[in-house]
Write a protein that binds this ligand. Structure first.
Ligand code: FAD
Length: 287
């Protein structure tokens, strides 16, 4: 089922993001976690595309395997960075052959070791070109990324919003946001995006914290802020990962309660390939 139809159904549309594990053992662990996550009835899951296109084959293979073996709808991530237009098109062709209907078109993170984002000489420059390509290529249902705290490379908040609208005008069916920890940022973002006349679902991306050091690394990479109150809690848990997981469950539960009250169309969980926190959060929320 296509993204547009999934979000048109009544109720909250849950989705869960995975990344391709590096080893066979990691992949088998992921499939055990997916079996648990399936009990939460997600509408779809998604599989990331490694920085700089580094997991091209693995991403497509994993998307295909989850789709065939787990009976879940899957949205494949596809990025512009580090690959030619033809390489991007060949991924779209493979997805089509495998019966995958949904993808998220992204600029992509630069490969490890590359500080600045540089387009491939024969590649697309921005995610919007990939949206156009995927929509034209036998009608994929396409999502795009949104940044409640403004994309780090954007010239301004206004230009970032303008380019977001361009992606929707090019045919994107949904916007999935970068992680954030202050719901006010998301509420303000939705208000500003709606002012531009954009009507597609704006789905908040929620990351349940698993460790204090990891969340500091993630937030510095994607330039998301850690609110003072959360920072104090992170200092308290220190290196105690069990305490960090519990903090992550409590924080994400409160965040989701606020988001649901606001009327979000869905929740997109950055699962980091783990089911434990997701299960606890969904139980707390009665989902
Ligand atoms: P774009 O829309 O191309 O925007 C990138 C920057 O360029 C922005 O600052 C924007 O304002 C500006 N811009 C856009 N269009 C134009 C234009 N026409 N002219 C001038 N400037 C323009 N990264 C990965 O590598 N793999 C993944 O699987 C992945 N999954 C993600 C999933 C989600 C839900 C999110 C939110 C992010 C994900 N990322 C992933 C990270 C994302 O790819 C990076 O943050 C990337 O730098 C921005 O992607 P974008 O799709 O917004 O790019």
């Amino acid at each position: 089922m296509k993204l547009a139809d999934l979000y048109a159904r009544p109720g909250l549309t849950l989705s869960v993001e995975f990344f391709p594990p590096k080893t066979d053992k990691g992949e088998e662990n992921l499939f055990s976690e997916i079996e648990i996550i399936k009990r939460l009835n997600p509408a779809f899951c998604s599989v990331t595309y490694g920085a700089g296109g580094s997991t091209r084959e693995k991403t497509v293979d994993l998307v295909d395997r989850i789709h065939r073996e787990c009976g879940l709808e899957v949205m494949c991530h596809l990025t512009v960075v580090g690959q030619s237009k033809e390489e991007g098109r060949s991924v779209l062709r493979k997805l089509k052959e495998k019966g995958i209907e949904n993808m998220i078109a992204l600029g992509g993170d630069p490969p490890q070791g590359m500080a600045d984002w540089k387009p491939h000489p024969d590649g697309f420059q921005h995610a919007v070109e990939l949206v156009r390509e995927a929509v034209a290529f036998s009608g994929f249902s396409v999502a795009v990324a949104g940044f409640p705290e403004v994309h780090p490379r954007a010239e301004s908040r206004a230009s970032d919003l303008k380019y977001l609208k361009e992606k929707v005008d090019a045919g994107a069916a949904a916007i999935i946001t970068q992680l954030f920890f202050d719901n006010e940022d998301y509420y303000r973002y939705v208000e500003d995006v709606r002012k531009l006349g954009v009507r597609v679902p704006i789905v908040p991306g929620v990351l349940p914290i698993l460790s204090a050091s990891q969340i500091r690394r993630f937030t510095s990479l994607c330039c998301a802020k850690i609110p003072t109150k959360l920072e104090r809690e992170l200092i308290k848990v220190g290196d105690d990962d069990e305490a960090a997981v519990q903090l992550g469950i409590d924080y994400a539960t409160r965040q989701c309660e606020g988001l649901i009250k606001f009327g979000v169309p869905g929740l997109h969980f950055y699962s980091l390939n783990k089911s434990y926190s997701l299960q606890a959060i969904c139980k707390n929320l009665d989902l």
